[in-house]
Design a protein around this ligand. Structure first.
Ligand code: NAD
Length: 335
């Protein structure tokens, strides 16, 4: 048995995490689930959106499957997601954008990965008001060591997954130091991996190119804020947030979750697509070395997506199928 922490999270989180757990269990994976809490629900229950017990559980099991957590906009408590990534030094955020057969999307056949630095940049939690809220300062911090390790991670990932090219995305023409340091380390790292193609691009041009000609990209490596935005964009190219998973990886732990948030607009309606968190679960199983179990879940999910019938309405507006029914269809396919 491998112990894995699970965090139901907020909004649609509990329902999609429950779905993913059932499917992972049905794959034959020998997992002992350890429950922990974070987000708005933890704030209400424990007075703390990120209780110490939750951090301790992840440090203990070293692997977590996490539901999305609500973060108040503009005020209130600090993002639990950012705090978890920083506290546990989960420096690499891996977000694949893969088009599945049967899923209507802008670019069938697309298969690229965004690798985002997950702990620094403009998410460094250093913001200040000036005067009577007359101005605001946000400080971005990029350290050379972190820029080097995320670039190294991206090239190692490219090698391990037989990817041909790494594109480093930056804004070093304007942010000459903050983004320039990242670009410097990307170029230095590229020299050590002559077998992997390399190019660098400016973020704004990249956004346009991704929308027009995404097939030219393979692995994108970038800093925190750019990666956050670009990975939602790339999810939009392959059918939306309902099928976009992510892994937050570090030396001490790994947290797997959907790219999307807690979707309060559809919470409690049984219409959330469980696909993204199931795909995150597949990434988790492979991280744990449970390859046959991961393949079993992936085959069943791909089948249900290809049929396009037992899928939630974000994938097929004509179905009227909910979270629960889509989960049952995947389970039935797994036998
Ligand atoms: P969101 O990703 O929750 O929702 C954006 C849109 O996508 C909504 O219309 C929603 O209904 C839809 N959507 C999202 N997931 C879906 C799914 N599985 N199936 C079908 N439709 C889905 O983004 P938001 O509304 O901007 O954010 C809501 C909250 O989530 C905020 O508090 C935000 O801070 C938080 N958030 C958390 C995480 C995380 O925990 N990793 C990530 C992003 C946002």
């Amino acid at each position: 048995m491998v112990r894995v922490t699970y965090i139901p999270g907020d909004g649609i989180g509990p329902s999609i995490i429950e779905a993913a757990k059932r499917i992972i269990d049905a794959s034959g994976a020998k997992i002992e689930w350890v429950e922990a809490h974070a987000g708005e629900s933890a704030m209400h229950a424990h007075g703390n959106p990120l209780p110490d017990a939750t951090l301790a559980s992840i440090e203990d099991t070293r692997v977590a499957l996490k539901g999305p957590c609500t973060t108040p906009v503009g005020l209130g408590f600090r993002s639990v997601n950012v705090a978890l990534r920083q506290e546990l030094d989960l420096y690499a955020n891996v977000r694949p954008a893969l088009a599945f057969a049967g899923v209507p999307c802008l670019y069938p056949g697309l298969d690229l990965v965004v690798i985002r630095e997950n702990t620094e940049g403009l998410y460094s939690n250093m913001e200040h008001w000036i005067g009577n809220r007359d101005a605001a300062i946000g400080i971005g911090v990029n350290t050379r060591s972190s820029m080097e390790r995320i670039c190294r991670y991206a090239f190692e990932y490219a090698r391990a997954h037989s990817r041909k090219k790494v594109t480093a995305v930056h804004k070093a023409n304007i942010l000459k130091k903050l983004s320039g340091l990242f670009l410097e380390e990307a170029r230095n790292t590229a020299q050590k991996y002559p077998d992997v193609g390399f190019e660098d691009r400016i973020i704004d041009a990249t956004a346009m190119q991704l929308v027009r000609m995404p097939f030219q990209f393979d692995v994108i490596v970038t800093t925190n804020l750019f990666g956050d935005i670009l990975s939602d964009l790339t999810a939009g190219l392959v059918g939306g947030l309902g099928l976009a998973p992510g892994a937050n990886l570090g030396e001490r732990a790994a947290i797997f979750e959907a790219v999307h948030g807690s979707a309060p607009d559809i919470a409690g309606k049984d219409i959330a697509n469980p696909g993204a968190v199931i795909l995150a679960g597949i990434m988790m199983l492979r991280h744990l070395g449970m390859f046959p179990e991961a393949d079993r879940v992936e085959t069943a999910l791909r089948h249900v997506l290809r049929e396009g019938v037992a899928v939630t309405r974000d994938l097929n507006p004509d179905t009227g199928v909910g979270t629960h029914a889509m989960t049952e269809a995947i389970l039935a396919e797994m036998g």
